[in-house]
Every structure is written in C-alpha cells, then in structure tokens.
Design a protein around this ligand. Structure first.
Ligand SMILES: [Zn+2]
Length: 78
C-alpha cells in the first residue's frame, strides 16, 4: 500500500491556519504539526475520504485533549 506512505522529503511551509512554519508539505497532502491543519494536493477520492476521516479523528482528539485540560485546570484551581 504505497498510498499510505508519505513522501520521503517533507518541506515545511507557512500554515494557512495558525501561521507558523510547521506545515509539512507532502506529495499527497499538507499537514501542520502545530495545529493539525490538513489539506490534500490531489483530488483522489480515496485520499479525500482519508482526509475526512483524519479530520474527524483530529477533531475527536482535540476535543479529548480540551476536556482533559479543562479537568486538569479544575483540579489545579481547587
Ligand atoms: Zn497550523
């Protein structure tokens, strides 16, 4: 499954979402390691599906992190 293998030479560019130069530009997609911004370079249906799934996972992950942080903040504030 070469489809799942990322390009071997990542190039970091400015992220359109958070502005930091943490956007990893790969052959099939770009991904920001700072804010998890994700975009595809090709309109491959399978790739698009993977992006959708990835974004869902990231949103779930971000939500979980946020919940954990809120709980931590409450504990620390107590
Ligand atoms: Zn970003």
């Amino acid at each position: 499954m070469n489809l799942l293998l990322a390009d071997t030479r990542p190039f970091f560019d400015a992220c359109p979402r958070c502005g930091s130069r943490a956007l990893e530009k790969l052959r099939t997609h770009s991904h920001c390691i700072e804010c998890n911004y994700f975009e595809t370079s090709e309109s491959d249906p399978i790739e698009s599906l993977m992006v959708d799934l990835n974004q869902e996972i990231e949103q779930l992950d971000a939500h979980t992190k946020q919940e954990k942080k809120q709980r931590l903040d409450k504990i620390q504030a107590a």
